[in-house]
Write a protein that binds this ligand. Structure first.
Ligand code: IVH
Length: 705
């Protein structure tokens, strides 16, 4: 997709979550401005930000927010959205103005869109069946192509960015419909240094006179009390608005005060978003089930009747441990109150006592691991969490470790995700899974995986799917595909020639699927990936990407780490005693060593080529000796690793998080929280050019520029 650079940055908003916090912010802002000011309140629309770049009243381009500086060009789609004019009404428009607004899908349009998706699903499934497609495949493919949208926000932001003109047939029809369901409301301007009006509220009137869609819900309030009253009013009327709202935005109305207050690295100081307390809903607690994760921890979780909460359907929520279940006082069969904490993670609050049925029953933590049967126990005295002690070959733990190995922070193997990890450890067939532990991961062969069969589970309920006619479980062979071909010599023959020779059409052979080939190829590549990734993949407690990088940088090889003493390990910056102890304990276990030995025998490198040996890198004397530098975002002229290497080569310490000990932060586009933190702590922030000076000449070079 084409990128465009915003003429003025698109900012984000800071949030408050209670009226007390909001009052504090209002007072703080008035104090900073040195006067009382009128406040503008408006709805926070739950959609996707858009910037409309007009020059002399003509739309030049429309773009998404992107990283705030550079967004994606969505002009073609924007021009299809009702209310976005190509030419502004009236006259005397500025040479350049960027009109900022929110693209969203209204409540009714969203419902209609999902009805349409269901129709597209049914149509393509029927079409597949008419072409003799396997019924399970026809269904799955229809579901994949036309899945129901989980919430209006995602449907809107995806809809705005889709490339409809590249689509054909029914996909095109669905894409067009999705765009037709989009609406837009403006909420600001950018890149217009001296607007002809003096306040945000007046700018809305001006934009409306140019034919742009403005909200009916904008109010100017004269005091904090009035602002809070307006919030309450909006809260009460929430369900009557034509679109979902994410809260209320409160802005300083006069531009003069806005300019004076200014902006932080990411948000204006003159505006804030107030988020309503999370919506609470009720649903039925059908069961409490225990799952075992990568570290063996047994976690009870609630299985509920699906319910829509804060924009998505929720079926499950963690209950953490048996004590939490007890404290919450929920029984299986209860109607429970549910909300999304921080609007993201579903949380069961407790039962609705008056709706408790007579047959509600208490949850009892099972004694055995639900996956391998080993007796669950606390690993340390005083631990509330129970764990499965069978770390070596409990399928749930091995599966979890494999997923961790494949994850972005591990060996970053796309083909080794949740589904593949399950297929390799718990297939329906063969009875003996290809992997009992991860020791054999790098020895996997096509022969071992090609015949693997797994069950197909319903994406909604997680239940195994059965054939509606035979009642048999539907199975899938993820690592093979059946190719229809012709016997040797007839591959390229014409239909007539084949018929003449009596060659049958259904000559089938089993070949590896793309997934099988990718998995093996990616495993091969992983053998020579960075040492820190290979360390993370060993699943050593406390050794995540940060500690693994520190270990890899200091020691340069797994062999050197194994030889190091507790003191030597603890002394490494970013490692410390807990991680050091965990490492030593890990190397004490036979089956852990078996993993290392087998991986090594299969070619896993476990070393950084040309590393000068333990500690050598840390002792380089150079222009940055004794200084700690954090590089974040994309720095022109440096790759991510290149920036770190440049710091180390100059004798500095390349840290990955910003703290009081940080001396400099080099930040490029895409820098996020680290940049904000540096600004908060008053640490000097450098751009790419200054960073290049720092690593060659040291801080002295900077003072000369
Ligand atoms: S003002 C300079 N007003 O919320 C401040 N934003 O969380 C920029 N949003 O990226 C935003 N409704 O896309 C503003 N009435 C409103 C809004 C609104 C929705 C979005 C906007 C922004 C995001 C920040």
């Amino acid at each position: 997709m084409l990128k465009v650079e915003h003429a003025e940055r698109m900012l984000s908003l800071d949030n408050v979550f209670s009226t007390e916090e909001l009052r504090e912010w209002l007072i703080k802002t008035e104090t900073a401005a040195g006067q009382k000011m009128p406040w503008l309140t408006e709805l926070k629309i739950d959609g996707a930000a858009i910037s409309l770049h007009y020059e002399h009243g003509e739309l030049i381009w429309a773009a998404t927010r992107g990283d705030g500086r550079v967004g994606e060009d969505v002009t073609e789609n924007a021009l299809q959205i009702a209310g976005i004019p190509k030419t502004l009404a009236g006259s005397g428009h500025p040479a350049v103005v960027e009109v900022r607004g929110e693209v969203f899908i209204g409540v009714e349009a969203f419902e209609a869109l999902n009805v349409a998706q269901a129709r597209f699903r049914a149509d393509v499934e029927a079409e597949g069946l008419a072409r003799n497609m396997d019924p399970a495949k026809a269904r799955k493919s229809a579901q994949r192509r036309f899945a129901a949208f989980a919430n209006p926000r995602n449907a809107a932001s995806g809809g705005l960015r889709q490339q409809v003109s590249k689509k054909t047939g029914i996909e095109r029809e669905a894409g067009d419909l999705r765009i037709a369901s989009l609406s837009m409301l403006v909420h600001g301007i950018g890149a217009w240094p001296e607007p002809e009006v003096a306040s945000q509220s007046e700018v809305y009137d001006l934009l409306a006179s140019w034919g742009l869609p403005t909200s009916q819900q904008v109010r100017v309030c004269e005091s904090a009390d009035e602002v809070i009253n307006r919030l309450n009013e909006i809260g009460e009327q929430r369900a009557t608005y034509p679109h979902e709202i994410a809260g209320v935005v409160i802005k300083v109305d006069p531009f003069a005060n806005q300019r004076e207050l200014g902006i932080t690295s990411r948000a204006p100081r003159w505006a804030i978003a107030y988020k309503f307390p999370p919506q609470e809903v009720q649903t039925k607690l059908l069961d409490i089930v225990v799952s075992v994760g990568r570290t063996g921890r047994a976690t009870p979780y609630a299985v509920m009747e699906p319910v829509l909460v804060a924009g998505s359907v929720v079926r499950q929520a963690t209950l953490h441990n048996q004590d939490v279940v007890r404290v919450k006082g929920v029984l299986i069969g209860d109607t429970v109150v549910l909300r999304k904490a921080g609007d993201v993670i579903p949380e069961v609050l407790g039962p609705v006592a008056e709706l408790r049925p007579d047959d509600a029953r208490e949850f009892v933590m099972p004694e055995g691991c639900p996956e391998c049967g080993a007796t669950l126990r606390a690993m340390k005295a005083g631990d509330i969490d129970l764990r499965c002690p069978n770390a070596k070959d409990c399928p749930a733990q091995v599966r979890g470790r494999l997923e961790h190995i494949g994850s972005r922070g591990g060996l970053d193997i796309d083909a080794l995700g949740e589904v593949t990890a399950a297929a390799l450890t718990q297939p329906l067939r063969p009875a003996e899974p290809p992997l009992r532990t991860e020791a054999a991961l790098f020895d996997l062969t096509l022969e071992q995986i090609i015949d693997i069969e797994v069950d197909v589970r319903d994406g909604e309920t997680g239940e195994p799917r059965t054939d509606p006619e035979t009642g048999e479980a539907i199975v899938r062979t993820p690592f093979q595909r059946v190719e229809i071909t012709y016997p040797p010599g007839f591959e390229n023959a014409s239909a007539m020639e084949r018929r003449g020779a009596g060659v049958k059409k259904d000559y089938r052979r089993v070949v590896p699927s793309a997934q099988a080939e990718t998995l093996l190829l990616e495993l091969e590549k992983a053998k020579t990936k960075d040492l820190w990734r290979q360390l993370v993949s060993l699943n050593i407690r406390h050794v995540g990407p940060v500690a693994a990088r520190a270990l890899a940088d200091h020691f340069g090889s797994l062999a050197a780490i194994r030889e190091a003493s507790l003191d030597e390990l603890s002394a490494v910056e970013g490692v410390g005693a807990i991680i050091a102890q965990s490492l030593l304990a890990w190397f004490e276990v036979d089956w852990h060593l078996d993993i290392v030995n087998r991986w090594q025998a299969a070619g896993v490198r476990f070393a950084t080529p040309d590393h000068p040996g333990p500690g050598a890198l840390a002792s380089i004397e150079g222009v940055l000796t004794g200084l700690t530098v954090v590089a974040t975002g994309s720095l022109d002229g440096f790759t991510r690793d290149g920036a770190k290497e440049a710091i180390i080569a100059a004798g500095g310490k390349a840290a990955s998080s910003v703290s009081k000990k940080t001396d400099f932060v080099a930040a490029g586009p895409g820098a996020g929280s680290k940049l904000a933190k540096a600004e908060d702590l008053g640490i000097r922030v450098l751009d790419a050019a200054e960073f290049a000076i720092l690593v060659t000449q040291g801080p002295a070079g900077l003072d000369q520029t």
